[in-house]
Design a protein around this ligand. Structure first.
Ligand code: NDP
Length: 315
């Protein structure tokens, strides 16, 4: 028993949601402990320039912003730890978690801020330009601005792809949308909006063969999966909008998730989950907005809700 650590507030995940929760919880004397997870800093560390987070008039790189958030949390003595939580037991009043090193921690409150991961096609050329920041992105709202006045390609046929294609169409001269089947998955209204947008060309039954370019993307080679015909589309940006996977697998036995794995809020407008004392923030519960600023906002809500929960228990 003596090896078991007891904490008031455990934060799982280190994106903008987790760090904001840590700042608020630390300033409320909750002595938060954060496990950063597999990708310290979260999805923003794969983004180049962040220009839409208020307070950075000149913009800031994703990794630099996450370092600043970490420094801000540490300033108030938040305990930020490298490592991840790989097992939880939320069946009792005290919430038990285990780290990847096998350490057992008993928590009065837990804030889930494990985020979501964008899905990619997995092509070698796609991954190359993703890693070098050369023109592959999974977020049109984040990166579309860099391609204004240029031609882009977007893959996907769901509501996200339609929303992002439409967003890009307002910035780019032309958007080519690659749909792998002969129909959209998106709701009719979203698909219609894309179809009725003049500078969006939709290629059905079409898959990506290769993203082409030297240091940056210059074209995309595609193939019609019915006829086998290949063609090369000039483009400086390649957007992938084929869905996200929320990082919530370890919670599934205890926390109510929707059919795609997003945490379901117990009470809309709060950060409460179905388990008292366990709260959620950021993309783990958000398939609509997925922005750093909305994640930070819900991180604040989770810390305030956790503080109120502890106060109601007499802490
Ligand atoms: P979805 O899972 O709904 O759609 C994913 C799309 O990507 C599908 O069209 C799928 O094709 C395609 N796809 C998957 N893998 C590949 C691949 N390897 N190559 C090419 N295409 C591929 O994800 P979304 O992110 O669009 O939406 C997730 C949820 O969020 C949905 O419930 C959606 O309704 C909701 N949402 C709602 C919004 C709104 O209402 N404003 C906005 C955004 C999302 P296929 O159809 O062939 O399987």
């Amino acid at each position: 028993m003596s090896d078991i650590e007891k904490v008031k507030c455990l934060i799982i995940g280190s994106g903008p949601a987790g760090y904001t929760a840590a700042i608020y919880a630390a300033r409320a004397n909750m002595s938060p402990v954060m496990y950063q997870g597999m990708q310290p800093g979260g999805q923003l560390t794969t983004t180049n320039e962040v220009e839409n987070f208020p307070g950075y008039p000149e913009g800031i790189t994703g990794p630099a912003m996450m370092m600043e958030l970490e420094a801000q949390a540490k300033r108030f003595d938040a305990d930020i730890r490298f490592g991840f939580i790989d097992k939880v037991d939320f069946s009792g009043v005290i919430h038990k978690v285990w780290t990847d090193g096998g350490k057992e921690i008993h928590c009065e409150t837990v804030i889930i801020s494990t985020g979501a991961s964008a899905k990619y096609l997995g092509l070698e050329s796609e991954q190359k330009f993703l890693l070098n920041g050369g023109g592959v992105s999974a977020c049109a709202v984040c990166d579309g601005f860099f391609y204004r006045g240029q031609e882009t390609v977007i893959v996907g046929a769901g509501d996200s792809a339609c929303e992002e294609a439409h967003y890009l169409s307002k910035l780019c001269t032309k958007v080519t949308m690659l749909v792998r089947r002969d129909e959209f998955r998106a709701s009719k209204i979203m698909a219609e909006r894309v179809k009725n947008t003049e500078n969006i060309e939709i290629l059905f039954n079409t898959e990506t063969v290769e993203v082409i370019g030297d240091d940056v993307v210059s074209a995309v080679k595609v193939k019609n999966n019915q006829t086998g015909e290949e063609r090369t589309i000039p483009a400086t940006g390649f957007f992938v909008a084929i869905g996200h996977k929320p990082n919530t697998d370890i919670f599934k036995d205890y926390i109510k998730l929707d059919e795609t794995g997003y945490v379901v809020y117990e009470k809309p407008g709060t950060s409460l989950t179905n388990v008292p004392g366990v709260f959620v923030a950021g993309d783990a519960a958000d398939k609509n907005y997925r922005q750093a600023i909305t994640a930070a906002g819900t991180g604040c809500m989770a810390a305030l809700d956790a503080e109120r929960y502890l106060a109601a228990k007499g802490h």
